[in-house]
Design a protein around this ligand. Structure first.
Ligand code: C2G
Length: 139
């Protein structure tokens, strides 16, 4: 019987419970989870400056043990190619992306899962900056 293949994308900076929860929920929807981790260059395109290097962000996703395969997300355009190449059955993202990827509904199931409240890489990064450079954070 064909394995149900799931794919999801993200930066996964300062890996936290919001990330592990969505990976766990995505994996639970099928049999094989592909996680595309944004490259540092793509993060620039997204207007994001990750605290962790790509290698660290990839390693954190690996250590979460939810991903069966980790690929690199290099640009916005690759998703449809990934969906076709890996014969993806479900494209899963957090609710903050709701509606943004509906274009893929012609190719695969698109599911937006509720975002985990009260935690984000941005908040964590701000806290870290406060601890590490109190002067910079206007303290
Ligand atoms: N997420 C979540 N709850 C949080 C934080 C993040 O469910 N508290 C989800 C996001 O909705 C996303 C995934 O975790 O589905 C990864 O989040 P980010 O690392 O912030 O990734 P993002 O910057 O949204 O990049 O092309 C798509 C982009 O690469 C997604």
């Amino acid at each position: 019987m064909k394995k149900i293949i799931i794919i999801t994308y993200g930066t996964f900076d300062l890996f936290h419970s919001g990330h592990s929860k969505i990976l766990a929920r995505a994996k639970a929807l099928g049999d094989y989870l592909i996680v595309a981790v944004s490259s540092d260059e793509f993060n620039k395109l997204k207007g994001k400056k990750a605290f962790d290097s790509f290698e660290r962000r990839k390693w954190n996703v690996e250590q979460s043990r939810f991903a069966d395969l980790i690929i690199i997300e290099n640009n916005w355009e690759q998703k449809i190619h990934d969906i076709k190449h890996y014969e993806v059955d479900m494209f899963v993202m957090g609710g903050d992306w709701k509606g943004k990827f509906d274009e893929f509904k012609s190719e695969t199931k698109v599911i937006y899962l509720p975002r985990t409240k009260f935690i984000s890489s941005t908040k964590l990064r701000k806290k870290l900056e406060k601890i590490n450079c109190p002067s910079k954070s206007g303290q």
